[in-house]
Design a protein around this ligand. Structure first.
Ligand code: ATP
Ligand code: PLP
Ligand code: MG
Length: 297
C-alpha cells in the first residue's frame, strides 16, 4: 500500500551547504514525510562558490537505483515525486519514464516538478534540456515551480507584465498542469519580489515579498526550499492560498535568520556566509507564522 507521506526526491547533493536534497530533506521530514533522496550530482558545494567539484550521476546509475527499488516492490510506496536540478538530458528523459512507473505503482502519485534551467536571463543547464522539460516532463507534473525566466523558456514568450503571467499560467493549464507557482518575479514594486500562483479551475493569487538583505544579496537554495515546503503544505492543507502563505512564511523566517547572522561591515559577502540557516529554523518550519497574505486576483 502507498505510504501516506513518502517522497522520492531527485535533486543535487552538496557536501557543504544547503541546496537541492540538502535543503529539501529536513523540512519535509519535520513536516512528517519520509524522504528518499536520490542524488543527481554530489558536489563539494553549490555552483555559486569560486569552485565546485564532484561527480555527476548518469542515466545508467539512475536506472540501476530505480531497478533496485522496483525489484523490492518499493515504487508503490511513494505518495510524491519531487525533482529539481538535473544537468543531463538523458538523465532527465529517464525521469519521464520513472514518473510513469511510479504512477503505475500508485495512481495517486503527486509529481512536483521544479524545472531548473536558469535565472535572470541566464541558462545554467545544457540547452537540450528545454524541449525535454517542455514536451516530455512538464505534461506529467501536477505542480510546477518555474521562475520567471523558466516560464519564458517553456512558453516561448516573454513575461514582462502581470497580464503575461496569467497568459503563461493558462499555457500550462492547457497542458493539464493543475498548479503553477512562480516563486519570485521582478514584476513587483522596487525592493519587492512578487510571487504568483494559479490553479486550474481555481484561484489566481499573488504575494508581495519585501526583499531582505539588500539588492546585491542573493540566496541559493531558496527555490529548492520553496518547492519542498510547497509540496509538504499542499498535502495537508486544502486551501491553496494557505499553502502559498505558509511556504513563504517559513522561507522568510529562514532568510531573516540568515541575514541576521551575516558578518557586519560592507565587504563582499562570501558564498559560505550566505548559506541558509535551515536547521536553526526548525520552529518556523514546523509552525509558520503567516505575515504576508495572498491577494486574490
Ligand atoms: P528556482 O530558481 O529554484 O526555480 P526562484 O529563482 O524563483 O526559483 P528564488 O528567487 O530564490 O527562487 O525565490 C524563492 C523564494 O525565496 C521566494 O518566494 C521568496 O520567498 C524567497 N526569497 C528569495 N530571495 C529573497 C530575498 N532576497 N528576500 C526575501 N525573500 C526571498
Ligand atoms: N543545485 C546545485 C548544485 C546548485 O549549485 C544550485 C544553485 O546554485 C541549485 C541546486 C539551486 O539553487 P536555487 O534553489 O537557489 O535555485
Ligand atoms: Mg533560483
Amino acid at each position: 500500500a502507498a505510504a501516506a507521506k513518502r517522497v522520492l526526491s531527485i535533486q543535487s547533493h552538496v557536501v557543504h551547504g544547503y541546496v537541492g536534497n540538502k535543503v529539501a530533506t529536513y523540512p519535509l521530514q519535520l513536516l512528517g514525510f519520509d524522504v528518499d533522496p536520490l542524488n543527481s550530482v554530489q558536489f563539494s558545494n553549490h555552483t555559486g562558490y569560486k569552485t565546485f567539484k564532484g561527480p555527476v550521476s548518469n542515466e545508467k546509475e539512475l536506472v540501476t537505483i530505480i531497478e533496485g527499488l522496483e525489484e523490492n516492490e518499493l515504487l508503490g510506496q511513494y505518495s510524491h515525486l519531487l525533482t529539481g536540478y538535473i544537468g543531463n538530458p538523458l538523465f532527465l528523459r529517464e525521469v519521464g519514464i520513472i514518473v510513469q512507473k511510479l504512477r503505475k505503482a500508485n495512481p495517486k502519485l503527486v509529481y512536483v516538478c521544479d524545472p531548473v534551467m536558469g535565472d535572470n536571463g541566464q541558462l545554467y543547464v545544457p540547452k537540450e534540456l528545454l524541449p525535454i522539460y517542455r514536451d516530455e516532463i512538464i505534461p506529467l507534473a501536477d505542480i510546477i515551480t518555474p521562475n520567471q525566466y523558466e516560464v519564458e523558456l517553456l512558453t516561448g514568450k516573454e513575461v514582462r507584465s502581470e497580464a503575461a503571467v496569467w497568459e503563461a499560467m493558462d499555457w500550462f493549464h492547457k497542458r493539464q498542469i493543475k498548479t503553477v507557482v512562480i516563486s519570485s518575479s521582478d514584476l513587483g514594486q522596487p525592493g519587492v519580489l512578487r510571487a504568483f500562483l494559479s490553479q486550474l479551475n481555481g484561484p489566481r493569487l499573488a504575494i508581495d515579498i519585501p526583499k531582505q538583505g539588500g539588492k546585491d544579496l542573493v540566496f541559493t537554495g531558496t527555490g529548492d526550499l520553496f518547492a519542498s515546503l510547497f509540496l509538504a503544505h499542499s498535502h495537508t492543507c486544502e486551501d491553496v492560498g494557505e499553502v502559498f502563505e505558509k511556504t513563504i512564511a517559513s522561507l522568510q523566517a529562514v532568510i531573516k535568520r540568515t541575514v541576521a547572522a551575516l558578518p557586519r561591515g560592507d565587504g563582499p559577502v562570501k558564498a559560505c556566509e550566505r548559506e541558509l540557516k535551515l536547521v536553526q529554523s526548525k520552529a518556523e518550519i514546523e509552525k509558520p507564522q503567516v505575515l504576508l497574505k495572498a491577494q486574490r486576483l
